[in-house]
Design a protein around this ligand. Sequence first.
Ligand code: 3HC
Length: 726
Amino acid sequence: MGTNAKGRTVMEVGDDGVALITIINPPVNSLSFDVLFSLKENYEQALQRNDVKAIVITGARGKFSGGFDISAFGGLQGGQTGPFSKPGFVAVDILTDTVEAARKPSVAAIDGLALGGGLEIAMTCHARISTPTAQLGLPELQLGLIPGFGGTQRLPRLVGLTKSLEMMLTSKPVKGEEAFDLGLVDALVSPDELVSTARRWALEILERRRPWVASLHKTSKLESLGEAREILKFARAQVRKQAPNVKHPLVCIDVIEEGIASGPRAGLWKEAEAFQELLHSETCKSLVHIFFSQRGTSKVPGVTDLGLVPRNVKKVAIIGGGLMGSGIATALILSNYPVILKEVNEKFLQAGINRVKANLQSRVKKGKMTQVKFDKTISLIKGTLGYESFKDVDMVIEAVIENISLKQQIFSELEKYCPPHCILATNTSTIDLNLIGEKTKSQDRIVGAHFFSPAHIMPLLEIVRTNKTSPQVIIDLFDVGKKIKKTPVVVGNCTGFAVNRMFFPYPQAALLLIERGADAYQIDKVMTKFGMPMGPFRLLDLVGFGVAIASGTQYIENFPERTYTSLLIPLMQGDGRQGESTQKGFYTYGDKRRANPDPELKKYIEKLRSMSGVDIDPKLAKLSEKDIVEMMFFPVVNEACRVLAEGIAVKAADLDIASVMGMGFPPYRGGVIFWADSIGSKYIYSKLEEWSKIYGGFFKPCAYLAERAAKGASLSAPLDEAKSRL
Ligand SMILES: C[C@H](O)CC(=O)SCCNC(=O)CCNC(=O)[C@H](O)C(C)(C)COP(=O)(O)OP(=O)(O)OC[C@H]1O[C@@H](n2cnc3c(N)ncnc32)[C@H](O)[C@@H]1OP(=O)(O)O
């Protein structure tokens, strides 16, 4: 193998006659083509050599394998040819006909992780020994694929159909201990005994003192065909309901069924063909993009490349125990950070602590947390009304109402009471950070920590830096964000930052459309069908009209030329409608938060039309689904382009992650910019240009979009690349 090889396997043959094959491809021992070739070569040698009686496969540095090398998908999708583009080369030729059918037994020694192709290799071995904490799973569906190295056939035969479906459809791994109970692994041992136990086990199989099991032909765990069909029917119904816009979960079920109905070899072939087809799907390309983009958020030029090490944040203070403050406190204590919660009086403090308790209790109710863990977690939060206990905190997160002078006063006080190293973060969603820190000398340690509601559940953390925020502070907050299981995205300072700014046109486009004759409930339906968690009107009801007007005002003030100003919400508010909190907004709300279309909405729209002189536009009154999607999202794409052009986001992929994790843009569409690039800058520009002539500045395409369209360049390409595509 050449020196540029991406990973390899090494084989050592011991005096006991066992060949130990180790997968080496840091950081997760993924299965690159080089690794797979090397594995094939080692296997063939081991099978030929007279001094080898049995084989053990393991992974270097405590990790079996994180699965097929996802970075190699691009080449295959781009038409790269070779043995790997031939369906069945790995699953049938190598794993089934060489490894599993061999006359020498193989045992997998699993530590750390055995995911995707990694677990599939392990399942072709004749036994599996694992550590109790190893993670074993088939997460291919999260990449828009199905297992492609025989997993759809072997997992059901090892753990039964129901559990295997759960593992594949949710992409969730199981720990070694559970894998042992399920029969997926044969023994549990500590990491230091792993390889020696596996060697012994392999020899014992050879001596027929342990069963020699070919998983593909195991039948004891499989249900009868009739029962299996019932289980699969139920699974299909669930999948159709939960993931109506993607086809790979249904394909996975079909492939499993083929193996049960026509035998595992037929199942293997169907799997191989379906895998190849899915690999080229837009869903797979989008989800792979999301996978790498999510990891890419931790690469921020000028920040993460300076070799800085995050400081240890041992204690965090939160100011304000409202919805956001209590959610942030919950997220922190759930990851074992001691938290001080400060409020202005006893009543508010108690209410804040009670919110945190309620957040945790809902986990207990759902069986996700024990009462003992609840008690331990809640003991990490202490309430306070003063600043005395701030003298040893390492980070403060301010989460009070959006009032500039109040925030300025708080930050001046923080400067007095907190130690000089303390990070001073604000959870503002709109206010300029330079204004907040104006009255302090601490601008270098002021940073935005913008959480999304509910903060203990939503996965995104926008880290907002000003040009004075020190890289160390960003690194520290990034580290805390990771530890509390968020995906942090570093963005620049401007009104609305990246997520809210990109999405402010979303409800505005919706208002523009209904004022001119489109149907509000149809728009919401089309948006949820597209894959958004809810449509714009349901969203406006959820956030409440007060918040909607306050943030709308910010955009009117900062981006007057392109903010669509609608008086519909103030008009409805004048009638006591505030959204869901008053059970009346664009919808009315009954039991269990069920939203019902409200016939009275028409009345408000008609009144608005007579006040503003806006007429029904016959074209907008009968929009197709495609038209609605475009008129709703092209303005979002346009604003995302401005965010990129202004350098608020470092790269387009960060906006894709921000849109998926902050706004619920469907991940299987790859995020806002990725989706836009699948449509093309020229088309988006021409549509916006056309609408801006009819409906005004709200739709006017920005310079960045115009430039990309003129060059026929993608929106995500960095500037130089965009030029080179000319
Ligand atoms: C034919 C087969 O059926 C098809 C397959 O096997 S498809 C692949 C199935 N496997 C997966 O989906 C696993 C994907 N990986 C993961 O879930 C997680 O990375 C993990 C649980 C393995 C490790 O998580 P964690 O420790 O948090 O590290 P994480 O930051 O995610 O990954 C570390 C690095 O490994 C890379 N990596 C992880 N898994 C990879 C894989 N399967 N291929 C290529 N690179 C991978 C990541 O991109 C990251 O690279 P970076 O440092 O350059 O950003």
